[in-house]
Ligand binder design. Structure first.
Ligand code: ZN
Length: 97
């Protein structure tokens, strides 16, 4: 005998995750949930990608500004890069407020 996810006996042809739905697993509710989950994952990936692109562009802009500013001329290239990414991070935080 098969059982649903709650440990109750499963009627033949019913969804084991939704034992009241007379469709085999995955039922239409399961499939709808999978689509929502897939949409959420894709949305988060898109946001993360946009954030990465924004931060990279901001870091390049910050680095150009630092390199052209006399008052930062004492910095090493490594320090300049570090400061650029720090500034880019701050700009990203500002944008998300
Ligand atoms: Zn289901």
């Amino acid at each position: 005998m098969s059982f649903d996810i709650y440990g109750n006996p499963l009627r033949p042809g019913y969804c084991e995750a939704h034992p009241d739905i007379a469709e085999p697993f995955p039922c239409s509710i399961c499939r709808h949930r999978q689509q929502l989950e897939q949409g959420r994952i894709e949305h988060e990936a898109r946001i993360a990608n946009e954030q990465r692109e924004f931060r990279d562009k901001a870091a390049i802009a910050a680095m150009k500004a630092i390199l052209s500013n006399e008052s930062y001329s004492h910095l090493t290239l490594k320090e300049t890069a570090g400061l650029s990414f720090e500034m880019a991070g701050q700009m990203l935080e500002e944008r998300e407020k």
